[in-house]
Design a protein around this ligand. Structure first.
Ligand SMILES: *Cc1c(COP(=O)(O)O)cnc(C)c1O
Length: 248
Protein backbone atom coordinates (compact mmCIF):
# COMPACT_ATOMS: atom_id res chain seq x y z
CA UNK A 1 0.00 0.00 0.00
CA UNK A 2 1.21 3.48 -0.88
CA UNK A 3 1.95 5.70 2.08
CA UNK A 4 -0.48 8.62 2.21
CA UNK A 5 0.82 11.99 1.23
CA UNK A 6 -0.95 14.55 3.39
CA UNK A 7 0.07 17.27 0.96
CA UNK A 8 -1.31 15.79 -2.27
CA UNK A 9 -4.95 16.36 -1.40
CA UNK A 10 -6.09 12.84 -2.36
CA UNK A 11 -8.88 11.51 -0.17
CA UNK A 12 -7.62 8.72 2.07
CA UNK A 13 -10.53 6.86 3.72
CA UNK A 14 -8.20 4.88 5.98
CA UNK A 15 -6.72 8.12 7.32
CA UNK A 16 -10.22 9.38 8.13
CA UNK A 17 -11.11 6.08 9.80
CA UNK A 18 -7.99 6.22 11.96
CA UNK A 19 -8.67 9.87 12.76
CA UNK A 20 -12.14 9.02 14.07
CA UNK A 21 -11.05 6.02 16.12
CA UNK A 22 -8.05 7.85 17.57
CA UNK A 23 -10.30 10.76 18.59
CA UNK A 24 -12.76 8.34 20.23
CA UNK A 25 -9.98 6.70 22.25
CA UNK A 26 -8.63 10.11 23.25
CA UNK A 27 -12.11 11.06 24.47
CA UNK A 28 -12.29 7.88 26.54
CA UNK A 29 -8.89 8.69 28.03
CA UNK A 30 -9.96 12.25 28.83
CA UNK A 31 -13.20 11.04 30.46
CA UNK A 32 -11.34 8.43 32.52
CA UNK A 33 -8.76 10.95 33.72
CA UNK A 34 -11.57 13.30 34.72
CA UNK A 35 -13.44 10.48 36.46
CA UNK A 36 -10.32 9.50 38.40
CA UNK A 37 -10.85 12.78 40.21
CA UNK A 38 -7.21 13.56 40.72
CA UNK A 39 -4.83 16.04 39.21
CA UNK A 40 -3.11 13.36 37.19
CA UNK A 41 -1.05 13.91 34.13
CA UNK A 42 -2.88 12.23 31.25
CA UNK A 43 -1.17 8.92 30.49
CA UNK A 44 1.03 8.57 27.46
CA UNK A 45 -0.79 6.87 24.59
CA UNK A 46 1.20 4.18 22.83
CA UNK A 47 -0.61 3.04 19.70
CA UNK A 48 0.04 -0.67 19.16
CA UNK A 49 0.55 -1.18 15.43
CA UNK A 50 1.56 -4.86 15.31
CA UNK A 51 0.23 -6.72 12.23
CA UNK A 52 -0.70 -3.42 10.57
CA UNK A 53 1.36 -1.99 7.70
CA UNK A 54 3.94 0.77 7.92
CA UNK A 55 1.58 2.95 5.88
CA UNK A 56 -0.84 2.95 8.83
CA UNK A 57 1.94 4.03 11.17
CA UNK A 58 2.66 6.88 8.79
CA UNK A 59 -1.01 7.88 8.86
CA UNK A 60 -0.96 7.83 12.66
CA UNK A 61 2.05 10.13 12.65
CA UNK A 62 0.11 12.53 10.41
CA UNK A 63 -2.60 12.47 13.09
CA UNK A 64 -0.09 13.44 15.78
CA UNK A 65 0.80 10.05 17.25
CA UNK A 66 4.36 10.02 18.58
CA UNK A 67 4.57 6.65 20.38
CA UNK A 68 4.02 3.27 18.76
CA UNK A 69 4.18 -0.24 20.19
CA UNK A 70 5.27 -3.44 18.48
CA UNK A 71 5.54 -6.98 19.79
CA UNK A 72 7.65 -8.83 17.22
CA UNK A 73 11.22 -7.81 16.54
CA UNK A 74 11.42 -8.53 12.84
CA UNK A 75 8.23 -6.66 12.03
CA UNK A 76 9.20 -3.75 14.27
CA UNK A 77 12.71 -3.47 12.88
CA UNK A 78 11.39 -3.34 9.31
CA UNK A 79 8.81 -0.67 10.07
CA UNK A 80 11.22 1.43 12.12
CA UNK A 81 13.73 1.36 9.26
CA UNK A 82 11.08 2.41 6.72
CA UNK A 83 9.77 5.19 8.95
CA UNK A 84 13.01 6.61 10.30
CA UNK A 85 12.12 10.06 8.95
CA UNK A 86 9.16 10.33 11.34
CA UNK A 87 11.21 10.41 14.55
CA UNK A 88 8.74 8.14 16.36
CA UNK A 89 9.30 6.65 19.77
CA UNK A 90 9.21 2.84 19.39
CA UNK A 91 8.09 0.74 22.37
CA UNK A 92 8.82 -2.98 22.36
CA UNK A 93 5.93 -4.66 24.22
CA UNK A 94 6.11 -8.35 23.25
CA UNK A 95 7.83 -11.32 24.78
CA UNK A 96 11.53 -10.85 24.21
CA UNK A 97 14.06 -13.55 23.47
CA UNK A 98 17.56 -12.68 24.64
CA UNK A 99 19.01 -13.19 21.17
CA UNK A 100 16.76 -10.37 19.86
CA UNK A 101 18.12 -7.77 22.28
CA UNK A 102 20.81 -6.58 19.86
CA UNK A 103 18.22 -5.82 17.23
CA UNK A 104 15.65 -4.27 19.57
CA UNK A 105 18.03 -1.65 21.00
CA UNK A 106 18.68 -0.34 17.48
CA UNK A 107 15.18 1.16 17.24
CA UNK A 108 13.40 0.92 20.60
CA UNK A 109 13.45 3.65 23.21
CA UNK A 110 11.62 1.44 25.70
CA UNK A 111 11.09 -2.25 26.42
CA UNK A 112 7.91 -3.00 28.40
CA UNK A 113 8.41 -6.74 28.68
CA UNK A 114 11.50 -7.19 30.85
CA UNK A 115 10.63 -10.30 32.83
CA UNK A 116 13.77 -12.28 33.62
CA UNK A 117 17.45 -11.92 34.46
CA UNK A 118 18.70 -13.29 31.14
CA UNK A 119 16.80 -10.60 29.26
CA UNK A 120 18.26 -7.84 31.46
CA UNK A 121 21.75 -9.20 30.82
CA UNK A 122 21.17 -9.36 27.09
CA UNK A 123 19.74 -5.84 26.94
CA UNK A 124 22.61 -4.45 29.03
CA UNK A 125 25.18 -6.08 26.78
CA UNK A 126 23.41 -4.89 23.63
CA UNK A 127 23.12 -1.36 25.01
CA UNK A 128 26.82 -1.23 25.87
CA UNK A 129 27.65 -1.82 22.20
CA UNK A 130 24.86 0.41 20.86
CA UNK A 131 25.74 3.32 23.18
CA UNK A 132 29.34 3.13 22.09
CA UNK A 133 28.28 3.04 18.44
CA UNK A 134 25.60 5.74 18.44
CA UNK A 135 25.67 7.55 21.79
CA UNK A 136 21.95 6.82 22.14
CA UNK A 137 20.17 7.58 25.44
CA UNK A 138 19.49 4.83 27.98
CA UNK A 139 16.82 2.21 27.26
CA UNK A 140 13.70 2.60 29.40
CA UNK A 141 12.89 -0.77 30.96
CA UNK A 142 9.52 -1.72 32.44
CA UNK A 143 9.42 -4.90 34.50
CA UNK A 144 6.53 -7.00 33.27
CA UNK A 145 4.66 -8.66 36.11
CA UNK A 146 2.35 -11.65 35.77
CA UNK A 147 -0.79 -10.99 37.79
CA UNK A 148 -2.83 -14.11 37.07
CA UNK A 149 -4.15 -16.10 39.97
CA UNK A 150 -4.62 -18.87 37.47
CA UNK A 151 -1.43 -20.01 35.76
CA UNK A 152 -3.57 -21.31 32.86
CA UNK A 153 -4.47 -17.73 31.97
CA UNK A 154 -0.82 -16.71 32.05
CA UNK A 155 0.08 -13.84 29.77
CA UNK A 156 3.76 -13.49 30.61
CA UNK A 157 5.70 -11.60 33.21
CA UNK A 158 7.79 -12.16 36.32
CA UNK A 159 6.22 -13.28 39.58
CA UNK A 160 5.53 -10.28 41.84
CA UNK A 161 8.10 -11.68 44.31
CA UNK A 162 10.74 -11.47 41.59
CA UNK A 163 10.37 -7.74 40.98
CA UNK A 164 12.93 -6.46 43.55
CA UNK A 165 15.78 -8.58 42.19
CA UNK A 166 15.01 -7.61 38.59
CA UNK A 167 14.72 -3.95 39.57
CA UNK A 168 18.11 -4.05 41.24
CA UNK A 169 19.64 -5.69 38.19
CA UNK A 170 18.16 -3.10 35.78
CA UNK A 171 19.06 -0.16 38.02
CA UNK A 172 22.65 -1.40 38.24
CA UNK A 173 23.12 -1.83 34.50
CA UNK A 174 24.78 0.94 32.52
CA UNK A 175 22.62 1.89 29.55
CA UNK A 176 19.36 0.74 31.14
CA UNK A 177 16.94 2.98 33.01
CA UNK A 178 14.39 1.46 35.37
CA UNK A 179 11.14 3.00 34.14
CA UNK A 180 8.56 1.12 36.22
CA UNK A 181 6.21 -1.85 35.96
CA UNK A 182 4.00 -3.29 33.24
CA UNK A 183 1.20 -5.85 33.17
CA UNK A 184 -1.45 -7.32 30.92
CA UNK A 185 -4.74 -7.93 32.75
CA UNK A 186 -5.82 -11.59 32.94
CA UNK A 187 -8.09 -12.86 30.17
CA UNK A 188 -11.77 -12.96 30.83
CA UNK A 189 -11.64 -11.58 34.35
CA UNK A 190 -12.31 -8.20 35.95
CA UNK A 191 -9.07 -6.26 35.34
CA UNK A 192 -9.51 -4.04 38.42
CA UNK A 193 -7.93 -6.40 41.01
CA UNK A 194 -4.92 -6.94 38.74
CA UNK A 195 -4.40 -3.22 38.17
CA UNK A 196 -4.80 -2.57 41.89
CA UNK A 197 -2.07 -5.13 42.60
CA UNK A 198 0.13 -3.50 39.96
CA UNK A 199 -0.36 -0.11 41.63
CA UNK A 200 0.76 -1.62 44.95
CA UNK A 201 3.85 -3.12 43.33
CA UNK A 202 4.60 0.25 41.75
CA UNK A 203 4.33 2.01 45.11
CA UNK A 204 6.80 -0.46 46.62
CA UNK A 205 9.17 -0.03 43.69
CA UNK A 206 9.18 3.76 43.79
CA UNK A 207 9.96 3.68 47.53
CA UNK A 208 13.34 2.22 46.56
CA UNK A 209 13.67 3.81 43.09
CA UNK A 210 11.96 7.22 43.08
CA UNK A 211 12.47 7.65 39.35
CA UNK A 212 10.72 4.40 38.40
CA UNK A 213 7.21 5.85 38.39
CA UNK A 214 5.96 4.26 35.17
CA UNK A 215 2.90 2.02 35.16
CA UNK A 216 2.34 0.52 31.72
CA UNK A 217 -1.19 -0.89 31.80
CA UNK A 218 -4.41 -0.57 29.87
CA UNK A 219 -5.37 -1.93 26.46
CA UNK A 220 -8.44 -1.34 24.29
CA UNK A 221 -10.76 -3.27 26.60
CA UNK A 222 -9.61 -1.97 29.95
CA UNK A 223 -8.03 1.45 29.59
CA UNK A 224 -10.59 3.07 31.93
CA UNK A 225 -9.74 0.72 34.80
CA UNK A 226 -6.02 1.11 34.14
CA UNK A 227 -6.30 4.89 34.38
CA UNK A 228 -8.33 4.54 37.58
CA UNK A 229 -5.36 2.67 39.08
CA UNK A 230 -2.75 5.16 37.95
CA UNK A 231 -1.52 3.97 34.54
CA UNK A 232 1.09 6.29 33.08
CA UNK A 233 1.38 4.48 29.72
CA UNK A 234 -1.52 2.94 27.76
CA UNK A 235 -0.97 0.37 25.00
CA UNK A 236 -3.94 0.62 22.64
CA UNK A 237 -4.19 -1.41 19.44
CA UNK A 238 -7.48 -2.72 18.09
CA UNK A 239 -9.76 0.15 19.13
CA UNK A 240 -7.67 2.45 16.93
CA UNK A 241 -6.42 0.21 14.12
CA UNK A 242 -9.28 -2.29 14.01
CA UNK A 243 -9.07 -6.05 14.21
CA UNK A 244 -5.83 -7.87 13.46
CA UNK A 245 -5.34 -11.51 12.52
CA UNK A 246 -5.53 -13.75 15.61
CA UNK A 247 -2.22 -14.47 17.33
CA UNK A 248 -0.95 -17.93 16.61
C1 LIG B 1 -1.41 -6.38 21.37
C2 LIG B 1 -1.04 -5.82 22.68
C3 LIG B 1 -1.68 -4.66 23.17
C4 LIG B 1 -2.82 -3.96 22.45
O1 LIG B 1 -4.01 -4.66 22.69
P1 LIG B 1 -5.43 -4.17 22.15
O2 LIG B 1 -6.38 -5.03 22.89
O3 LIG B 1 -5.44 -4.42 20.69
O4 LIG B 1 -5.58 -2.74 22.49
C5 LIG B 1 -1.24 -4.16 24.39
N1 LIG B 1 -0.25 -4.76 25.08
C6 LIG B 1 0.37 -5.88 24.65
C7 LIG B 1 1.45 -6.49 25.48
C8 LIG B 1 -0.01 -6.44 23.45
O5 LIG B 1 0.61 -7.55 23.03
Amino acid sequence: MEAPDPANGQPDPRLEQLRGRLAAVQRRIGDAVAAAGRQVKPPRLIVVTKFHPAADVRRLAVLGVTDVGESRDQEAAEKAAQLQDLGLDWHFIGQLQSKKAKSVVKYAGSVHSVDRAAVVDALAKAMAAETERTGRPPLDCFIQVGLDEDAGAHRGGAAPSGVPALAEQVAGAAGLRLAGVMAVAPFGADPAPAFEKLAELSARLTADYPGATGISAGMSQDLEQAIRFGATHLRIGSDILGPRPALR
